[in-house]
Design a protein around this ligand. Structure first.
Ligand code: URA
Length: 293
C-alpha cells in the first residue's frame, strides 16, 4: 500500500498546528542568512533623524496596520521581511543612540515614542509590536521581566500569556493588581521564536528600561527572573541565590530603589514546587511597602 500524499488542507493544517505547538511560529526565510556579514557603518540611522519629536523625529516604520494585515494573510510575503538597512546587527553607535534617546525622554509617553522610532535593535524587525508596559505608571511597585513572548507580542502588552496569568494570581495574593503595579520588560520586542536575547541586544535595550524605571520611580522594583535581575542589578549571580534578598537598583541619575529578585512565573509554571519561594518573596515586597509607608 502506498502512503497518501500529505498535502491536503487538513494535512497542512495539522502540520502547522504541530509547528505552533513546538514553538515554531515565525515565518522567516527559506535560506539561512548570515546577519553578521551584514554589519553596516553606524551612519545608517543618523542620530539627528532619531531625535525626539519636535527635534526632528525619526521616520516611523509603519507598524500596526501593515503588521496586522500581514498577520491576517499568511500567504503573503514573510511578515518579517527586513530591508538590508533593517537587518544590521546592533553596534555601539546604536547603544549610544539608545542612551541618548532614553536620557532625553522627559516622560513615559516620550520614552515610548522614542522607542517606537528607534531602529537600532534588530529584534524590532521580527516583532509585531513594541511591548512597552502595562499597569499604573504612578504605582509604588514596578515589575520587570525579560522579554515578551508570543501572546505579549500579539497584544503589545507584557505578561498576558500563561505566565502573566500566574503573575496576576501572585499579585492578587498580596493584594495587588494591574491598577496598582506597573509592568515592563528589559527587552521590549519579542525575540523570534522566544530565543534568549543576546547580550548585545540586552545592552542596546538597557538604557530604555533604566529610564523607564527612573520615570516611574517606584518605591520597590521586582525583578522577575534571572535576566532581569542580572541586567538591572549588575550581577552575574544565579536567580536561585539572588532571590529573596533585597538588592538595590540604582537609576542613571543615582536614585537607589530597593529591588527584590524573584523567580520568573514561566519558571514557576515548569517548577511548581518553587512557587512557595516566590510566595515568600512577594510577602517580602508586601512587608517592604508597608514599612516604607
Ligand atoms: N515573559 C517575560 O519575561 N515577559 C513577558 O512579558 C512575558 C513573558
Amino acid at each position: 500500500m502506498t502512503a497518501a500524499p500529505h498535502n491536503s488542507r487538513a494535512d497542512l493544517a495539522e502540520l502547522l498546528a504541530f509547528y505552533a505547538t513546538a514553538g515554531v511560529d515565525e515565518a522567516l526565510e527559506e535560506q539561512p542568512v548570515n546577519r553578521f556579514a551584514e554589519v553596516r557603518p553606524p551612519e545608517r540611522v543618523p542620530a539627528a533623524a532619531a531625535l525626539p519629536a519636535g527635534e526632528n523625529a525619526a521616520p516611523q516604520r509603519s507598524t500596526s496596520v501593515s503588521r496586522a494585515e500581514m498577520d491576517e494573510r499568511p500567504n503573503t510575503a514573510p511578515a518579517v521581511r527586513t530591508s538590508p538597512a533593517m537587518s544590521t546587527v546592533p553596534d555601539e553607535a546604536q547603544a549610544a543612540l539608545a542612551r541618548q534617546l532614553a536620557r532625553s525622554a522627559a516622560s513615559l509617553d516620550e520614552l515610548r515614542q522614542h522607542m517606537a522610532a528607534f531602529d537600532g535593535c534588530n529584534l524590532k524587525f521580527t516583532a509585531k509590536n513594541l511591548v512597552f508596559a502595562d499597569g499604573n505608571p504612578t504605582a509604588e511597585v514596578m515589575l520587570v521581566g525579560e522579554a515578551p513572548g508570543r501572546d505579549e507580542d500579539i497584544e503589545g502588552l507584557p505578561f498576558v500569556g500563561r505566565s502573566g496569568r500566574l503573575l496576576d494570581r501572585m499579585l492578587a495574593a498580596i493584594g495587588l493588581d494591574r491598577t496598582s503595579v506597573y509592568i515592563a520588560n528589559v527587552i521590549p520586542w519579542r525575540p523570534p521564536g522566544n530565543r534568549t536575547p543576546t547580550p548585545h541586544e540586552t545592552e542596546i535595550c538597557r538604557p530604555f528600561i533604566e529610564r523607564q524605571i527612573e520615570l516611574v520611580n517606584p518605591k520597590v522594583l521586582v525583578n522577575l527572573g534571572g535576566p532581569s535581575a542580572k541586567t538591572l542589578l549588575h550581577t552575574s549571580e544565579g536567580i536561585l541565590r539572588l532571590r529573596g534578598n533585597w538588592r538595590v537598583h540604582t537609576t542613571p541619575s543615582g536614585v537607589a530603589i530597593p529591588a527584590m529578585p524573584t523567580l520568573h512565573p514561566a519558571y514557576l509554571l515548569r517548577t511548581p514546587a518553587h512557587k512557595k519561594l516566590a510566595w515568600r518573596d512577594f510577602l517580602e515586597v508586601k512587608a517592604k511597602l508597608r514599612a516604607l509607608g
